[in-house]
Write a new protein. Structure first.
Lengths: 775, 378
């Protein structure tokens, strides 16, 4: 088990090494980051130190908290390499040169403790070559751990075990990478490029060549090769811009050097004068002067998006590609059947890439699941290659390949007309190379709602939420609307859950598997009601939400929320009303209502105030918690991690953090069950609030911000409403304010904001452009 | 009545709040170390001290309770030495000196430590619980107005351009940098022990400041204003102390007398232009001393903001060559409660060093007032 990994050494402080070290630190584990001594250095640790300093500045951030950054100790390989003896896992992430790696290993062999795991982050060099000349002990301790960039955010790690790798050593590393670093592990075979980069590189090469050959614009290529195939909307050329155009020839070179003769990749290698010229002129993508796309600043400060003309090599204004037939958006068979260049291009990509992936079953990975996982987690594809084949039709794919005289991969023959995935008795199964279906097995201790939903019916549903029995007496509330937005339907189901749990269940977990826990209240719906002048409806919605959230809070059973991604506005208020939160490390939490001219409406004011007032670091007196809550809400601050949400006060110090997204539900469930014995609902808080005096103080500060030009005219108005609630309205220092009184103030402030036309303008702007309006 | 003299002056290094080297030092500890340093420097018999009068603008948290008494205990002063905390915002520790003078003259003691402290890192400006009177805020909004806004008001009223303010700030930085480089500040500084080692030097002075750099800064308080961070005194951590005694006491104990206090004054003014406070207060003090502004050889005027310092200098007709010879608060820093004792101590030390007869130390005070002290060379 991974408790054995108490300290890690990362050698190589480049983008990958430094990022890996940061993620180890994010897990709360100390890490030693070493790199070479720069020539003529005054500070011999300058390279590693510089890497950490750079990470502290770049966005998206590599570190989840300042505390994590402090866990990285820097050094150099000339003076500090012997300190690998302190470490339980050594990760090598130096330059991709076999001779240099081998020389380093020869030194490490003398210094590391026998049995200490040692892995390389190589992306191309086979393991067999790396350990040449090393002792048997070294080979037992050695494996490849291939992370993706950026290591904090990309969830894939490909792990390659060598012929001599000790299973116990590999399992120790895997357990750490899984539970502490939060990655999903895909076991790859010791072949060039492993899985994701081998297919990914081939995919991009095929798609670029085909765009050139078939006369597509970059916009058309990205449109066809993007969303309809479940590929992020950057598509082909947008993705190359993102990773760096200069990386293409490097990848091509290293893959070409190691791939077996006859690999289909070789057929894609050709001179690309346009690409060579772009690199030479510094057009290396987003990090350079621009790439296939370029953003130019106009004299008036607005931005113009340009794209390169693949034929002439000149930039021109971006051209919106023609719309695809609606069926082709979702149905791959329909997409490849579109006559003309749309269908031709789609087929060129799918026919080549899917059959390439199919060829690799058995060679690069044991099964189709590993290949699908690798592409989904390493390249953010929505569907893996075999899921795409199922959507296209395995029989149809084989038939068309055959008709074109192309080789049909063995696994396609094995499949025949059968899909690669099926659900049998509520269990997802995949087609093995043996022609039989096997259960898709989740990692030990992994519980996914996706699986629960496949094998059972919901306990109850509403239009925007559902209740599921996740076992052991735990009920799970899932949000189901777009962006998991909250509305009256959610509130109603919460009340239903509160009534349902006692007797049938022991605890409630609020969890879902969307990319975001909840982006907050359904603004569109709210705006509709407001515009229709349905004040009664709006008021009812607010009151119903308040009632439902308080019902959660005072329910006679434990409630644990388990967010991942955004938990904003109402989503944050759900967390604030829970007995405990088990948060995915990548949780972005905040009360952002002021951005659209509103104030929190579902109990957020009181809950945040109570939490902040109870922080041990909060100074005494009526103002500090009020001021802090005011700052957090009025400026719509959102945490950039769960760790930061704790620092800000949205989460309690005692709340749990799960690094691996796949383990979130299981952890939340365990947390809820641990609270069951002797559970007593919380006592309602009593507030001592400063009333008008506090409001005058806040107003002074707001006026200063307005004068500085930081706060807009309407910001001042919204801030006044917010302050009215947070300071307790007519409260006097010597009185106490009840939760109920605060809720009444909150409703009044919310409704005043909802009635204000300046709020409507902000909401409309947010709905139309996704950007806040600064009125 | 006895003559009252300044018989010693010391201060801590001044460091930027938040990121400076004193951010992690408790203010009570800081003041205790400065007082120990003053005692060592003057070699005065601690048992002869009547009282510690300590100024602080936000006496809360670590500088709360009766911090003067606590500092005395921390500094291992004899238990017989008293302690009293004074708050007149930025004028606090100058008031401490005035109080000591009064006490000496009514025969209520012969030797006082008049000190000031402020950790702007550790205690927020405005305090933890700002609770303005709604009635007063409505009636006299200036009473709670941010200091930056008052500086803008003064700039407007006196038509002081941004360029003039910047030229003033550059000059302050030059003077302070030269003073530090030539070792003229070292003699007043008590090195402060911290967990990370000893802090011996001021940390705020920026010799490289130029008018061009300052011209590039954004207005700090008002989108269309003229006052920037470069023409304002920064948030500062620091402590200061002077030894105030009767002239007889100083002679009897063989103390080195820097200057005699001739007269003092305080005067209120409009809160919205609190930066003009020195004008009324200095007028009173000068009249009481029976001298005119032209008689002054040394002037220490606190540079809360360049705009208000320029306005006061212009209004009072002070001589350029007498002003803040070793730089002012824009360059050195302004730990609110500690500034009064610093500028009185500094004025006394400058009289002693530079010669001349009269000195004026004066400063503005938030809420709308000024305070002034006239010294004569001993």
């Amino acid at each position: 088990m991974s408790e054995a990994v108490k300290k890690v050494c990362v050698i190589g402080a480049g983008v990958m090494g430094a990022g890996i070290a940061a993620q180890v630190a994010n897990a709360g584990v100390p890490v030693l980051l070493l790199d070479i001594v720069p020539r003529d250095a005054t500070d011999r640790d300058a390279v590693a130190k510089g890497a950490v300093a750079k990470m502290l500045k770049t966005e998206p951030a590599a570190f989840m908290s300042a505390a994590a950054a402090r866990l990285v100790e820097t050094g150099n390989i000339d003076d500090h390499l012997d300190r690998v003896a302190e470490c339980d896992w050594i990760v090598e992430a130096i330059v991709e040169r076999l001779d240099i790696k081998q020389a380093l290993y020869a030194r490490l062999e003398q210094l590391k403790r026998p049995g200490t795991a040692m892995s390389s982050n190589t992306s191309t060099i086979p393991l067999g070559h790396l350990v040449e000349g090393r002792s048997e002990q070294f080979q037992r301790d050695f494996l490849i751990t291939h992370f993706f960039n950026p290591p904090r955010y990309m969830r894939l790690v490909e792990i390659v075990r060598g012929e001599h790798t000790d299973a116990a050593v590999a399992e120790k590393v895997e357990a750490f990478v899984d539970r502490f670093m939060g990655k999903r592990i895909v076991r790859a075979k010791d072949t060039p490029g492993f899985i994701a980069n081998r297919i990914g590189t081939y995919w991009l090469a095929v798609a670029v060549n085909a765009a050139l050959d078939q006369g597509l614009t970059v916009e058309e290529a990205d449109r066809i090769g993007g969303r309809p195939m479940g590929v992020p909307k950057t598509g082909i050329f947008g993705l190359i811009d993102l990773v760096g155009i200069d990386l293409m020839p490097l990848l091509s070179k290293s893959l070409s050097a190691t791939l077996p003769a006859g690999d289909a990749y070789f057929a894609t290698v050709r001179e690309l004068p346009l690409v060579d010229r772009m690199i030479a002129e510094g057009y290396t993508g987003r990090k350079g002067k621009g790439g296939f796309y370029r953003l130019d600043k106009r004299p008036d400060g607005s931005r113009a998006k340009l794209a390169i003309d693949l034929a002439s090599g000149e930039y021109r204004a971006e051209q919106k590609p023609a719309a695809l037939p609606p069926a082709a958006e979702k149905d791959l068979a329909a997409l490849v059947a579109v006559p003309g260049k749309v269908g031709d291009y789609a087929w060129t990509i799918l026919g080549s890439v899917l059959s390439y992936a199919a060829m690799l079953v058995g060679e690069a990975a044991d099964d189709v699941v590993a290949i699908d996982d690798a592409m989904k987690l390493g390249y953010n594809w929505k569907f893996g290659p075999f899921e795409l084949i199922d959507r296209l039709g395995p029989g149809e794919l084989a038939e068309r390949l055959r008709a074109e005289g192309r080789a049909v991969p063995a696994i396609l023959d094995t499949a025949g007309e059968r899909p690669f995935y099926r659900v049998e008795d509520g269990v997802r199964q995949y087609l093995g190379t043996d022609g039989a279906y096997h259960d898709v097995v989740r990692g030990e201790g992994v519980l996914l709602l996706e699986d629960v939903k496949r094998r059972s019916a919901p306990v109850a549903t509403s239009a925007s939420a559902a209740l599921w029995d996740v076992g052991d007496g735990v009920l799970c509330l899932e949000f189901t609307a777009k962006m998991n937005a909250l509305d009256g339907e959610v509130a109603a189901l919460i009340e239903q859950a509160v009534a349902l749990v006692p007797g049938r269940f022991k605890a409630l977990v609020i969890y879902n598997e969307g990319s975001n826990f909840s982006a907050g209240a359904n603004l569109g719906l709210a705006l509709f009601a407001v515009k229709a002048g349905a004040w009664g409806e709006v008021e009812k919605l607010v009151a119903a939400g308040q009632r439902a959230f308080k019902a959660l809070k005072y329910a006679p059973f434990p409630v644990v929320s388990a967010p991942s991604g955004l938990a904003l506005g109402g989503g944050c208020e759900v967390l604030l009303h829970s007995d405990a939160v088990q948060a995915h490390a990548e949780s972005y939490v905040g009360l952002v209502e002021c951005g659209v001219g509103l104030v929190p409406g579902w109990g957020g004011h009181g809950e945040l105030l109570d939490r902040l007032a109870k922080l041990p670091t909060m100074p005494r007196g009526p103002m500090p918690a009020v001021t802090r809550a005011f700052e957090l809400i009025s400026t719509a601050q959102v945490s950039k991690s769960a760790a930061q949400a704790k620092e800000m006060g949205f989460l309690r110090a005692s709340d749990g953090v799960t690094m691996n997204r796949d383990r979130l539900l299981a952890d939340a469930k365990a947390r809820a069950l641990a609270l069951v014995d002797g559970y007593r609902p919380p006592e309602p808080p009593v507030y001592r609030l400063p009333g008008e005096s506090g409001r005058v103080g806040i107003a002074g500060a707001v006026a200063d911000f307005h004068r500085k030009g930081v706060a807009t005219d309407y910001d001042v108005v919204v801030a006044g409403r917010l302050a009215e609630v947070l300071t307790g309205g007519d409260a006097d220092l010597v009185d106490t304010v009840t939760e109920e009184q605060l809720l009444t103030l909150e409703r009044a402030a919310f409704l005043a904001s909802a009635r204000d036309e300046r709020t409507h303008a902000r909401v409309e702007s947010m709905l139309m452009t996704g950007k806040p309006l600064r009125n | 009545m006895s003559n009252v003299v300044i018989a010693g002056y010391a201060r801590s290094p001044f460091q930027l709040a938040g990121k400076g080297e004193l951010a992690r030092v408790r203010p009570d500890d800081l003041a205790a170390q400065v007082i120990r340093g003053l005692l060592a420097k003057t070699e005065v018999d601690p048992a002869a001290i009547e009282d510690i009068i300590l100024g602080c603008a936000f006496p809360e948290g670590e500088q709360g309770l009766n911090v003067a008494r606590l500092v005395g205990l921390l500094a291992d002063l004899p238990l017989t030495v008293g302690g009293m905390t004074v708050n007149r915002f930025c004028g606090s520790s100058m008031s401490a000196i005035h109080i000591a003078m009064g006490q000496i003259q009514i025969g209520a003691g012969e030797a006082f430590i008049c000190a000031g402290l402020e950790s702007m890192s550790r205690i927020p400006m405005g305090g933890y619980n700002p609770l303005p009177s709604p009635e007063l805020a409505a009636k006299s909004p200036g009473a709670y107005m941010g200091m930056g806004q008052t500086a803008e008001n003064v700039a407007q009223q006196y038509q002081i351009t941004r360029a003039e303010q910047e030229a003033f700030a550059v000059k302050s930085q030059r003077k302070a940098a030269a003073a530090r480089a030539e070792g003229r500040l070292a003699e007043e500084i008590v090195p402060i022990r911290t967990k990370k080692g000893e802090v011996t030097q001021d940390g705020i002075i920026r010799p490289e400041t130029t008018a061009e750099v300052l011209a590039g800064l954004k207005p700090a308080f008002s989108a269309d204003g003229s006052v920037t961070a470069g023409t304002s005194s920064p948030l500062t951590d620091g402590a200061s102390a002077v030894l105030v005694t009767s002239e007889e006491f100083a002679t009897k104990h063989g103390l080195k007398v820097l200057a005699r206090i001739v007269s003092v004054g305080v005067a209120g003014c409009a809160p919205e232009t609190m930066g003009l406070g020195p004008i009324g207060a200095s007028k009173k003090a000068l009249e009481r001393a029976g001298i005119a502004a032209g008689d002054l050889d040394v002037v220490e005027i606190n540079e809360a903001f360049a705009s208000q310092a320029i306005a006061c200098i212009r209004d009072m007709g002070l001589k350029e060559e007498t002003i803040n010879l070793d730089g002012g608060a824009i360059a050195i820093g302004h730990p609110l409660g500690a500034t009064g004792a610093r500028i009185v101590g500094k004025a006394a030390a400058l009289l002693e060093r530079e010669g001349g007869r009269y000195a004026l130390a004066t400063q503005c005070i938030g809420g709308g007032q000024g305070i002034a002290t006239v010294l004569e060379r001993a």
